[in-house]
Design a protein around this ligand. Structure first.
Ligand code: AMP
Ligand code: MG
Length: 650
C-alpha cells in the first residue's frame, strides 16, 4: 500500500481542515514578503542564446550607430553650395573624383568644390561633401563629369553618425525581455554577449496515485497528469526553467525524497494535488520539515483554488497547487506567476482587458475571490461575456473561454447586466463568427469542420438543450442545438420554440440499450423492451440512468414504468458517461446513442430515433456565418460524414 502512513494520521486530520483561510491579497503579500528581497542571479549569454531572457543590467551603447556619416542612396557625394544655382534650365557640371565609394570602402579623397564622388548606399560620406545627389537626378557627361539640374539641401540623403543610436545612450534597461528587436539593437552595437537574469530552476512535481503520464496507456481509475504539462509550460512562459520530475504517488517517504532532491538543485518547487488536509494528503506535512519558515498560507479565499498552499523553505518558495487542473492553472497564474517573474528579473506580466456585459447572474461564494471564465460574443451594443465554467474539474473551459471576470470576495453575486472587466487570456480577442450554444453532439463537429477550414471562428459552448434554448431566446447565440422531447405532443423540439426562433432540422440519433458484448442476458435480444425486461428479471443487473430533463431519460422512463432497479439513481449528464459506466462495469446496461455505443465497443439494441435540431435565432439568420453554416449543413459532404459516423440526416 502506497499510503502506509494513512491509518495513524487519520485521528488528527479532521480538526484543522483549513482553519485559517487567508484572503488572496493577504496570502500573496505574506508570500512575497517571505521570498523577497532576494538578488536576481545573472549569467552571461551569447546573443544567440539570449532570446526570451531578461537583461540583468542596463546596457549603454558602446558605439555610435551608424558609426560614420552614411549615404542613404546610390548617387554622388557633393558640396551643396556648388549646386545652389542649379535648375531645370541651368545644369551645373561637376567633375568626378577618381574613386568609387562602395559599402565597406573608406574614402581616400576629399570632395573639393566643383567635384563629386560616386557613392553607393551605405558608403561613408567623404570629407568635404555635405549632401548626396541621387543617381537618377544626374546625367553623365563623358566618363569624368556629370550634370545636375536641381539644388541639394545640406545633409540630404545622409544619416549622420550616432543618429540611430548615440554612443553612451541607455540602449536597453535591466528587466527588458530580449526579443528579436532587442537582439537586433545589440547586434548593431557589436555586442555579442549579454548579462541576463539566470532563469530560476523550478522543479515541477505532480502527486497522486492515480496519475498516468500522457503517452502511456490509461489504466482503470487512472487520470492523465494534466498539471505536470500545464505547470511546466506556464513556468517556461514566465521566465523559469522548468524541471519536470514526473508524478509521484501519495507516499510520504517517496515524496519527501523527491522533494528534498528537487530543493537541493532548484530555486523553487511547484507541486500539485494532495493539498487538502485530508488523510492521503501528505505534502504539507513534508514541507514543515524542509526548512524555515515553512508554510505561509494553507487555504486561500480563492475560487477556484481554496486549498492552495504557499511555503518558503530556507529561502526557496515551495507551492502546492490544487489538484484540479483549472484550479491549478488559475492559482498558478494569479498567485505564483508574480513571484516567479520577480525571481526571474522580469517585469509583471501585462494583461489585456476589455469591458463586456454579463448577460446572466453569476452566483458567487461570499468571502472568496472568484474567477469565472467567460466567452466573449459580439452583442448589439458591445461585447457580451458569457460564463463558460464547467466546474473546477474541467479543462475544456479554458479552451472555450477568452478570459475571466473576477468577483470580489465581498460580493455574493454578479448581477445580470453587470458591465464587467474581462482579463483576456491572450491579448487579441477574436470574437467568434458563429456561436452555437446548447447540446453538444459529435456530429456537430463534422458540420463545423468545413467552416473552420474556410477560416471562420466557430465556437460551440455545451450547456445542454435547455441552457442553449435560454441563450437563444436572449439572442446571445446564432443557434441552439436541442433534442427535447415533448410528452404532450409526443414530438421533438418544435413545441419548445419561442417567438424569434425557428427550427432548422438537423439529424436523427438512434437511441438504444447498451450492454457489454457477450453479456448473455442481452445478447441476441431483438427489442429494447425485451432488454429491459431481461434486466429487471435479474436483481444483480445494474443500470445507469440519465439526468432529469434529458431526452434519453424520458425514453428510459417509459421502458421502466414504476420499476426502480439498482443503479436508477446514478444519473450522469451525457451519452458518453453512460457508455463509460457500462464499459467499465459500474453498470450493466443503460441507454445511449448508436455512434457512442459503437465507439465504446458496446452491444446495442435500438429503441427510437431522437431528433437533434437547431433553434435558429431568426434575427441572426442573414449573418454570413449563419448562412455558411446552413449551407454546410445541407451539403453532400456533411451528410456523407454524418451518415458515416452513424447519424441519419433528417
Ligand atoms: P487532490 O487534491 O490530490 O485530492 O486532487 C483533486 C483532484 O484533482 C482529483 O480528482 C485528482 O485526480 C485531480 N488531479 C490531481 N492532480 C492532477 C494532475 N496532475 N492532473 C490531472 N488531475 C489531477
Ligand atoms: Mg491526489
Amino acid at each position: 500500500m502506497t499510503n502506509a502512513n494513512r491509518p495513524k494520521d487519520r485521528d488528527n486530520v479532521e480538526q484543522d481542515q483549513f482553519l485559517t483561510i487567508l484572503s488572496r491579497e493577504d496570502a500573496l503579500s505574506r508570500f512575497e514578503a517571505a521570498v523577497f528581497p532576494r538578488p536576481v542571479p545573472s549569467e552571461p549569454r551569447a546573443l544567440a542564446d539570449a532570446l526570451g531572457c531578461a537583461l540583468a543590467a542596463d546596457i549603454v551603447a558602446p558605439i555610435d550607430v551608424p558609426p560614420f556619416d552614411r549615404s542613404n542612396v546610390d548617387g554622388f557625394a557633393v558640396r551643396s553650395a556648388d549646386l545652389a544655382a542649379a535648375g531645370e534650365a541651368r545644369p551645373v557640371r561637376v567633375l568626378l573624383n577618381d574613386e568609387v565609394i562602395a559599402c565597406g570602402t573608406a574614402p581616400a579623397r576629399p570632395v573639393l568644390s566643383g567635384t563629386a564622388t560616386s557613392i553607393a548606399t551605405g558608403g561613408p560620406v567623404p570629407r568635404g561633401a555635405d549632401a548626396i545627389v541621387m543617381v537618377e537626378h544626374s546625367q553623365p557627361v563623358g566618363p569624368r563629369a556629370i550634370e545636375i539640374r536641381r539644388a541639394a539641401q545640406p545633409g540630404q540623403f545622409i544619416s549622420y553618425a550616432g543618429s540611430d543610436i548615440a554612443r553612451g545612450e541607455a540602449l536597453l534597461r535591466a528587466g527588458t525581455l530580449i526579443g528579436s528587436r532587442e537582439i537586433g539593437m545589440l547586434a548593431a552595437c557589436g555586442i555579442a554577449n549579454v548579462s541576463v537574469a539566470r532563469r530560476p530552476r523550478v522543479a515541477v512535481i505532480s502527486t497522486g496515485d492515480e496519475l498516468v503520464q500522457p503517452g502511456q496507456p490509461l489504466r482503470p481509475a487512472g487520470i492523465y497528469d494534466t498539471n505536470g504539462a500545464i505547470v511546466t509550460a506556464a513556468v517556461s512562459e514566465n521566465g523559469g526553467e522548468a524541471v519536470f520530475l514526473g508524478a509521484v504517488p501519495d507516499d510520504e517517504q517517496q515524496l519527501e525524497a523527491v522533494m528534498r532532491r528537487a530543493l537541493a538543485s532548484c530555486d523553487m518547487l511547484v507541486l500539485s494535488g494532495g493539498t487538502s488536509k485530508g488523510a492521503g494528503d501528505v505534502t504539507h506535512r513534508i514541507i514543515a520539515r524542509l526548512g524555515k519558515p515553512g508554510i505561509i498560507a494553507h487555504g486561500v479565499a480563492l475560487k477556484p483554488g481554496k486549498p492552495l498552499c504557499l511555503a518558503v523553505c530556507d529561502g526557496k518558495p515551495v507551492v502546492i497547487l490544487p489538484g484540479f487542473p483549472t484550479s491549478a492553472m488559475f492559482t498558478f497564474h494569479d498567485m505564483i506567476v508574480p513571484v516567479l517573474r520577480r525571481m526571474a528579473g522580469l517585469p509583471p506580466r501585462s494583461v489585456a482587458k476589455v469591458t463586456a456585459s454579463v448577460p446572466v447572474r453569476i452566483a458567487s461564494e461570499l468571502g472568496r475571490t472568484e474567477f469565472v471564465m467567460v466567452s466573449l460574443v459580439q452583442g448589439t451594443d458591445g461585447l457580451i461575456a458569457y460564463p463558460s465554467d464547467k466546474g473546477s474539474g474541467a479543462i475544456t473551459s479554458f479552451a472555450q473561454a477568452d478570459g475571466f471576470v473576477r468577483i470580489d470576495a465581498l460580493a455574493d453575486q454578479m448581477p445580470a447586466g453587470t458591465r464587467a472587466e474581462v482579463t483576456l487570456f491572450t491579448p487579441h480577442v477574436r470574437v467568434p463568427d458563429l456561436l452555437i450554444v446548447g447540446s453538444h453532439c459529435s456530429g456537430l463537429d463534422l458540420v463545423i469542420a468545413p467552416l473552420v477550414r474556410a477560416g471562420l471562428l466557430v465556437r460551440s459552448i455545451a450547456v445542454g438543450s435547455l441552457g442553449g434554448l435560454a441563450a437563444a431566446k436572449r439572442g446571445e447565440c446564432d443557434f441552439a442545438p436541442i433534442h427535447l422531447f415533448d410528452e404532450m405532443t409526443e414530438s421533438y423540439n418544435t413545441p419548445f420554440l419561442a417567438d424569434g426562433l425557428e427550427l432548422v432540422p438537423g439529424w436523427r440519433r438512434l437511441q438504444g440499450v447498451v450492454f457489454r458484448s457477450g453479456d448473455v442476458r442481452f445478447e441476441g435480444l431483438a427489442t429494447a423492451q425485451d432488454a429491459v425486461r431481461a434486466a429487471l428479471a435479474d436483481p444483480t443487473c445494474v443500470m445507469v440512468n440519465r439526468n432529469q430533463g434529458a431526452g434519453t431519460r424520458v425514453l428510459i422512463g417509459r421502458l421502466l414504468g414504476d420499476a426502480r432497479p439498482e443503479g436508477y439513481w446514478n444519473q450522469p449528464r451525457s451519452h458518453n458517461a453512460v457508455a463509460a459506466a457500462v464499459a467499465q462495469h459500474r453498470a450493466d446496461w443503460g441507454m445511449t446513442i448508436a455512434p457512442v455505443a459503437h465507439a465504446a465497443g458496446l452491444g446495442f439494441i435500438p429503441l427510437a430515433e431522437e431528433h437533434y435540431d437547431f433553434a435558429l435565432v431568426t434575427a441572426r439568420k442573414q449573418r454570413p456565418a449563419v448562412q455558411a453554416f446552413l449551407a454546410a449543413l445541407a451539403s453532400e459532404e456533411s451528410r456523407a460524414a454524418l451518415e458515416q459516423a452513424g447519424f441519419r440526416v433528417a
